[in-house]
Design a protein around this ligand. Structure first.
Ligand SMILES: Nc1ncnc2c1ncn2[C@@H]1O[C@H](COP(=O)(O)OP(=O)(O)O)[C@@H](O)[C@H]1O
Ligand SMILES: [Mg+2]
Length: 327
């Protein structure tokens, strides 16, 4: 069952549609990324989930119940919320910022401190250094990490994130995106993530909901979006680089068993944690169609360019079968 269900949402400002007939279902434990150009209505959709704004018409269900039937404070406690430029309270330390909600729900001081430390470690900040700092003493990337920690503080089942890494320089942004992709799998939250960053969408999404001018244009998993874009807009918006983003989402682990070999033959050596994209990039750099994969037990196997092709092919066949079953 869908944990979050948006049904025929509409929202208009004056004569302008911000959101036009958007319906989306988000299954428990999955991440739905709402992707689209600036002004396409992404934030408006997100804010209807935790009732920061109310739709003109249409409904939002959480656990099968209309969000209007929830006490709004209780609803928001179920839904951690992280936004761009994060809005940490400047007069409170990092620890106090993270613990605001925990104090409200009357956790003990000791438990709050432990939780704040645990969260800082999770988002990659050393508690000893950061707990007592004030927001003005943090870099943009650090503040953003604290923002994510705060959204996670009371371990809410749902995370709503609105371009949380949008204001960062490209290098810090990429680092945080990759780290978030990594911790996401351990958190197992139901997440709705708004972004206009295509790489971010691909690596984080189980499903991508692509919006334009307030409307939902296509919703499918990142691979399917690549293979079967619904129209010209989808194709143009994703761009030619999209395929590389897809290949960066999968590591060599996804290739399964490879042909064992004994000689390295001067080929570049990789391990299973390499992404398909990085492997491809190495092949190009060394102008070779093969690399050697070193397994943890030190045995080696050979990976050829054709195997990357056949991975894409296999996934496509799988998608086709799923689509056939849907019809
Ligand atoms: N409070 C508001 N008043 C008037 N227009 C708004 C308001 N909020 C959003 N809009 C308009 O609605 C459209 C969608 O906005 P938004 O949901 O913020 O888009 P996105 O998050 O995709 O950039 C935009 O054209 C924006 O200008
Ligand atoms: Mg927005």
């Amino acid at each position: 069952m869908a944990l979050i269900k948006l049904e025929n949402l509409h929202k208009r400002y004056g004569t302008q549609w911000a959101v036009k007939d958007v319906s989306i279902e988000v299954k428990e434990g999955t991440t739905c990324v709402i992707l689209g150009p600036s002004g396409s209505g992404k934030s408006s959709v997100l804010k209807m989930i935790n009732r920061l704004i109310e739709p003109d018409s249409g409904r939002v269900f959480y656990k099968g119940k209309d969000v209007k039937e929830y006490n709004v404070i209780k609803l928001r406690r179920e839904m951690g919320y992280a936004v761009q430029n994060i809005g940490l309270f400047p007069h409170l330390t990092v620890e106090e910022n993270i613990s605001l909600l925990l104090k409200e729900i009357k956790w003990s001081k000791q438990k709050i401190k432990e939780r704040a430390e645990e969260l800082l470690i999770l988002v990659g900040l050393e508690p000893k250094i950061y707990l007592k700092k004030y927001p003005s003493q943090l870099s943009g990337g650090e503040a953003q990490r604290v923002g994510v920690a705060r959204a996670l503080s009371a371990d809410p089942p749902v995370l709503l994130m609105d371009e949380p890494f949008g204001a960062l320089d490209p290098i810090t942004r990429r680092k945080l995106q990759d780290e978030f992709a990594r911790i996401k799998s351990t958190l197992r939250k139901t997440t709705v993530f708004v972004t206009h960053d295509i790489y971010e969408a691909v690596i984080l999404a189980d499903e991508i909901a692509l919006m334009k001018d307030g409307e939902l244009i296509q919703k499918s998993d990142p691979f399917e979006l690549w293979q079967n874009p619904k129209n010209e807009f989808v194709m143009k918006f994703l761009g030619n680089e999209y395929g590389f983003h897809i290949l960066s989402k999968y590591t060599l682990q996804s290739l399964g068993k490879l042909k064992e070999c004994v000689e390295r033959n001067g080929l570049p050596v990789v391990n299973r944690s390499f992404s398909l994209k990085d492997t491809l990039s190495l092949m190009l750099k060394y102008r070779t169609k093969s690399v050697v994969v070193e397994e943890p037990d030190k045995r080696i196997s050979l990976l050829t360019f054709d195997e990357i092709l056949s991975f894409v092919d296999k996934k496509r066949n799988l998608e086709d079968r799923i689509n056939d079953a849907r019809i």
